[in-house]
Structures are given as C-alpha cells and as structure tokens.
Design a protein around this ligand. Structure first.
Ligand SMILES: Cc1cc2nc3c(=O)[nH]c(=O)nc-3n(C[C@H](O)[C@H](O)[C@H](O)COP(=O)(O)OP(=O)(O)OC[C@H]3O[C@@H](n4cnc5c(N)ncnc54)[C@H](O)[C@@H]3O)c2cc1C
Length: 441
C-alpha cells in the first residue's frame, strides 16, 4: 500500500450516473476530484435518460399517470410525493444538469437527442413502449418512424440472447402494422452465443459491416427503414450507423437489448476515458472504506484487488446507489447504508417492504428506501441533523423516489449531483475548522 495520502477537495464515492456527473460538474468548476466505484447501474440501462415518465397513484384506487411534459409534471409529482428528491431541485437545475452532461457525452462521440421539454415514446428491449426524455442519437429515428409507420424490417441474430425481433414486433405490430422480422447470422461469427459487447466492437470493422449489409440487402424488400439490436459499434456508433445507412439506402436505428447493454457500456467508457482528461483521478472498479470523518476533512481508503490508496478530502459526495450499486444492503429485517451506516428511511418492518400484487401500480415501499438529506443534500443522522457539514449525497441512494415506477432515474441522478456540487462549493467557502469532531461509524 502506498503510504502517501492523496489530498483533494472532493472524494466522489460511486462511478454510476450520479457519481460520474458529480465528478464532471466538480472538475469543471475547478475542484480537485478523486472518484472511486464499480460499474453500478450504468451498464445495465437502456441508454435512455428519463426525467419524469409517470406518477404512480398514492392509494389503491387509480392508475399510473403517464407524463408528457416532464418539467411541468414535477408539480403533479410533488403534490403526490412531497418528499421526492426533486423537491430539492428546480426545472432549471434539472435542465442545466442534463445540458452539461449531454454536452460532455456529445464531445465524447455519444450525442443524445430530446424534443423540447417533451417526453417521447421509445421501445424497451421487449418492444413495449415507455415514456422517456433523451435518447442516444442512434436510437432517435424510432421516435419519428413510429409516427410515420413506413414499411420496416427488424433483424436479429442467431445466438444473440436478450433480444428477439419477433418479440419486439409482436408488441409493436398493433401500432405499426408495417413491421417485418428476419433472423440472420452475425457477420464472421463461427456459431454459438453472440455476446453484445464483442459484436458491437466487431462492427467497427468495415468488412464486418459489409458482410452484414450483404446479408440484409436481399431481405429489405419495400422496407424504408431497418431496426437492429443496439450493438452498432462501441465508441464509433454514430459512424457505424451512418455507414450502414449508406450501404443499404434506408434509415437504420438501434433498439435496446436486455442488460448488460451496449449503450450502457458506451456510457461507462465515455466516463472512464473522459473524466481523467478533465483531471478527475478515477479509480474504476475500486471500492472505498471510511477511515475518519471530522468537520475539517474526511479520510478514506480506496481498495481493490491489488491496490490500496489513502485519500484525505475536504468534502464528499456519496453516490453509492441502491441495492444493485451497493450503497444499500438488506438484512432479513432492515435496509442498511453500507459506508457511513447512515440512518435509512424505510418501511417500519419487513412485512411492509412489498405489496401482495407484484404489479401493484403504486410500486413496492422498499423501492423508496434511502437516506434522508437536508435542503443542501447533506445526509441526516439519527437526530435529524447533518452528520457532517461537508458530506453530501446524490442519486438513487436518496429516499422517497422509485425510479422504476416514476421513470426519473437519470434526471434524479444528474440534478441531485449538480445540486450537491453547488452546495459543496458553497460549504467549502464557509467551513471554519472549529466544528465538532464526528466519530467514524
Ligand atoms: C436495468 C436498469 C435499467 C435502467 N434503465 C433506465 C433508463 O432507461 N433510464 C433512466 O433514466 N434510468 C434507468 N435506470 C436507472 C438509472 O440507471 C439509475 O437510477 C441511475 O443510474 C442511478 O445512478 P447512481 O449513480 O445513483 O447509482 P448506481 O448506478 O447504482 O451507482 C452506484 C455506484 O456506487 C458505487 N459504490 C457502492 N458502494 C461503494 C463503495 N463502498 N465504494 C466505492 N463505490 C461504491 C458502485 O460501485 C457504483 O459505481 C435503470 C436501472 C437499471 C438497473
């Protein structure tokens, strides 16, 4: 283990959407940033950025209300769920966070598209439709084509699990009667399973794209467009799609596959390559352990299979996610926060975690578990006061939101990350160093 202690302004715990956005926002504002974390949910997502897609009912009566205008819909959400983390944000903050994040991605070759302040409908990997806000450019043609409904061919590949063109078409056909499906062999694939990540990288080679185009061309018939599973390249996905369009003379678009998804891996790679270029010291796939927490600073050990690194920082943003990310863990009886042992807002006992009906439109109460924060994103201790003046939290670890039901995952992650960074910057300007020492948990 290195005996040096790395000093920095900000330690970001988590390398998911919230942690990565926090590291980006802080680095761009001049803070020295160390960040550590594993894959989190980012590699599992469809690649869509939801802001607010639905407001679930509060009571047993009534259904989910689908939201068309996500920023206008915030008032309705907060009327039903006044403790949702969006209460700490504003439409302006959410838009600013999205714009800064999307700009970063565009500069990394991952452009996103949204309609002005309006949700669009986009397909899930199964072909069901969901309300979402921003889509990778490679998927965006679907939005227009669903309205125009031209003759369209959907293609999948022998050996590709987690995507079935036939299933997608079965769900979409009532709305889009001009869909046809075909299954072909993946270019230069010897047989067996087709792994999406490998397939995506292989399509960056022009000769594989030509093989794919040769296989698809005779199947196109009268189709004006072609839907393919989202594996059209990794870093150069825009160019891969454009090249296929040129070879085939039709509009080509991607449809998400089941996780782990290539659009999620593209996001992860954009972050892993892009943040260090902005000066972020990123420890990817490494975890963090708290050593000391005092008002004058906090100390952590970053640890992985072959390294340990001690870090002393002035402030922290905790973006460790929920159960999938590892920020929350459950025993038989309760949900715990895993790094600081912070109190977790959760149902009173185990019997309240889930409702009887799996598909209950209200969702399951355990999915709104998380940590409480004050109006400046500082986690609260048992006494209802911030546990440390320079400890902040962002993302899905925050209580009172159910991103699955509300379709608010990316919006909450990005907006609370920006809110936490702005609060941290304000606090670092005022910390006096004579506040009480807080014992490590
Ligand atoms: C299958 C799936 C599909 C989704 N689809 C969408 C979608 O279409 N649109 C959308 O907007 N949202 C979607 N989401 C939700 C969205 O991905 C999440 O809401 C969002 O990514 C949460 O980000 P986060 O950074 O808060 O948490 P996470 O992504 O879970 O990241 C948590 C991070 O904390 C790290 N961590 C935990 N403990 C430690 C520790 N001790 N030390 C260091 N690091 C630690 C983890 O390794 C990880 O890096 C989806 C999520 C899933 C799982």
């Amino acid at each position: 283990m290195s005996r040096d202690i790395r000093e920095c302004d900000l330690m970001v715990i988590g390398a998911g959407l919230a942690g990565s956005a926090a590291a980006l926002f802080a680095a761009k504002r001049g803070l020295s940033v160390v960040q550590a974390g594993g894959t989190g949910a980012i590699a599992y997502t469809s690649g869509y950025f939801d802001v607010l897609g639905a407001v679930p009912p509060r009571g047993p009566e009534g259904g989910i209300h689908l939201v068309e205008k996500p920023f206008q819909g915030l008032a309705e959400l907060l009327a039903s769920y006044p403790r949702h983390p969006y209460r700490l944000t504003s439409p302006g903050l959410i838009k600013a966070a999205l714009a800064e994040w999307v700009d970063f991605l565009a500069n990394r070759g991952l452009p996103y598209v949204a309609e002005a302040e309006t949700n669009v409908v986009a397909p899930s990997p199964a072909g069901t439709l969901k309300h979402t806000y921003a889509l990778p450019e490679t998927m965006w043609p679907f939005v227009r084509l669903l309205k125009e409904k031209p003759a369209c061919l959907l293609v999948d590949f022998y050996g590709l699990n987690g995507f079935s063109a036939r299933q997608v078409a079965a769900n979409l056909l009532p709305l889009w009667p001009g869909l046809r499906v075909e299954r072909i062999h993946f270019p230069a694939h010897a047989g067996g399973e087709v792994f999406p990540e490998n397939a995506a990288r292989s399509l960056e080679l022009p000769k594989h794209r030509e093989t794919l185009a040769e296989a698809v061309r005779p199947l196109l018939g009268d189709a004006a467009c072609l839907g393919l599973p989202a594996l059209l390249g990794m870093n150069g996905c825009g160019a891969v799609r454009a090249d296929l369009e040129e070879r085939l003379g039709v509009t080509v678009f991607e449809i998400p596959t089941m996780p782990p998804s290539v659009p999620g891996i593209r996001l992860r790679e954009a972050v892993e390559n892009g943040l260090p270029e902005l000066g972020v010291e990123l420890y990817s796939q490494q975890m963090v352990r708290l050593e000391r927490m005092e008002s004058s600073g906090l100390e952590f050990t970053i640890h992985g299979q072959s390294m340990e690194r001690r870090v002393r920082c002035r402030g922290v943003i905790l973006a460790s996610g929920r159960f999938l990310g590892g920020g929350l863990a459950s025993t038989q009886t309760e949900v715990r926060e895993t790094i600081f042992d912070l109190p977790v807002a959760q149902p009173e006992d185990r019997s309240g975690w889930h409702r009887l009906d799996y598909f209950d439109p209200r969702g399951h109460p355990v999915h709104q578990s998380g940590i409480e924060v004050d109006e400046r994103f500082r986690p609260l201790g048992a006494g209802g006061k911030p546990v440390c003046p320079t400890l902040f939290a962002a993302g899905s670890i925050l209580a009172h939101q159910d991103w699955m039901r509300m379709k608010c995952g990316a919006g909450v992650a990005l907006a609370t990350a920006l809110g936490a960074v702005e609060s941290l910057i304000a606090e670092l300007g005022t910390v006096s160093g004579d506040l009480a020492t807080v014992p490590a948990g």
